[in-house]
Ligand binder design. Structure first.
Ligand code: SOE
Length: 380
């Protein structure tokens, strides 16, 4: 097995999810490459050290520029707040490193365009961590659609609902709460949550042509953790938009952090001429499927427990009937990335796909401002 030295920047929730995936992947997948946890980087040397000790990274850096300059690093994994993605990724590309970047790719499409140009110029392998594409049930949905089981698609309906920012006393900014700070996050639920829905949607149902959106910021001011002052909130707390796909189907997307009772309820439903599909992140190992061609007497929604060896990724795990969960989507993403390297068939979503999603989120935010339908730019 060829060793691939990973340098990770950031140690939050995603730093843990990715590190766990690097550690597990070779135990469950037969691959030609093996990730080695070479260095962990964070601005605070103490935090980097504690993280490195916990996850088994061999060394520590407190300046990402030093990490990127290191000869012994093959791959830079970016798990930092959104406003740092572009600078780190562009420097990493210039240094000839492979790059795995957390979503959304850039703060906006303008940044993402520069990131795409940098990886294309340097010809370095690259990928964006839209992990939900790697849930076995979602891959099964993709297979059924690609096989034509649904026929012509009429509707796509996606939601991503949370409730963790309802408290007006919750501050914005700083570790854990940078998602509420527009300077660090770029946007609110649109870039954080709807970006997932859009990535999955375009993977399953093709490109989006036009969008019409509304957004709202329910809590207008919050104390900023870093300045200690009460500051205007610049992110969208909620967003709903209509979309027209290039294939003629109509869509609705909704996301909020104000849906009391919902923690990470990502759902999508697709209605086709012959069949429909429904998926729910809270029950992620199941795919709901309705096929109108079934015999009438027994026709109904099937709840497919996606855990059998002939279902996506499942032969690599336990025995039929025993399900897997959230963390495995990251393991699958690393496995596919490494397989792509071995086969010289780059895994997706790559930076270009990340840019395509940023074009949609930019159009959504623009439409929320203008109140008009906005055309979505397409990746060349
Ligand atoms: C926000 O709460 C968040 O952690 C997102 O940033 C992730 O991308 C999403 O998968 C779960 O929710």
């Amino acid at each position: 097995m060829k060793k691939l030295n990973v340098g990770i920047v950031g140690y939050g929730f995603m730093g843990r999810a990715h590190s766990n995936a690097y550690r597990k992947v070779n135990h469950f997948f037969d691959l030609k490459f093996q990730p080695v946890l070479k260095a962990a980087c964070a601005r605070s040397a103490d935090s980097a050290k504690a993280f490195a000790e916990k996850w088994g990274y061999e060394s520590v850096e407190s300046d990402w520029r030093k990490l990127v300059a290191r000869e012994d690093i093959d791959l830079i994994d970016i798990c930092t707040p959104n406003n740092t993605h572009a600078e780190i990724a562009i420097a990493a590309a210039k240094a000839g490193k492979m790059i795995l970047c957390e979503k959304p790719l850039g703060l906006n499409a303008k940044e993402a365009e520069k990131m795409v140009a940098a990886v294309e110029k340097a010809k370095v392998p690259n990928m964006v961590w839209y992990n939900y594409r790697r849930c076995p049930a979602v891959v099964l949905a993709k297979q059924l659609i690609d096989e034509g089981k649904l026929g012509r698609i009429f509707h796509y309906r996606a939601k991503f609902l949370q409730d963790w920012t309802i408290n007006p006393d919750l501050p914005q900014g700083g570790a854990g709460l940078w998602r509420l700070d527009v300077k660090a996050a770029g946007s609110g639920v649109t870039g954080d949550l709807l970006a997932h829905c859009i990535d999955t949607a375009m993977w399953l149902n093709g490109t989006i042509d036009n969008v019409n959106a509304m957004t709202e910021t329910f809590v207008k001011e919050r104390k900023h953790t870093l300045t200690g002052k009460v500051e205007k909130v610049g992110i969208d707390d909620a967003c709903a938009f209509l979309a027209r796909f290039t294939n003629g189907s109509l869509a609705t997307f909704e996301s909020t952090r104000y849906a009391r009772g919902h923690k990470a309820l990502y759902t999508f439903e697709i209605n086709g001429e012959h069949a429909s599909i429904f998926w729910d992140l809270h029950d992620l190992h199941r795919l709901q499927y309705f096929d109108h061609r079934d015999e009438g007497r027994v026709r109904g929604w099937r709840s497919i427990h996606v855990s059998d060896g002939d279902q996506p990724y499942m032969k690599n795990w336990w025995v039929p009937g025993l399900q897997i969960g959230y963390e495995h989507s990251f393991v699958h993403q690393v496995a596919d990335f490494l397989q792509g390297l071995a086969d010289d068939k780059p895994a997706k979503p790559d930076f270009k796909d990340g840019l395509a999603t940023d074009y949609v989120t930019d159009a959504v935010l623009q439409s929320a401002k203008t109140g008009q339908w906005e055309k979505v730019k397409k990746v060349k």
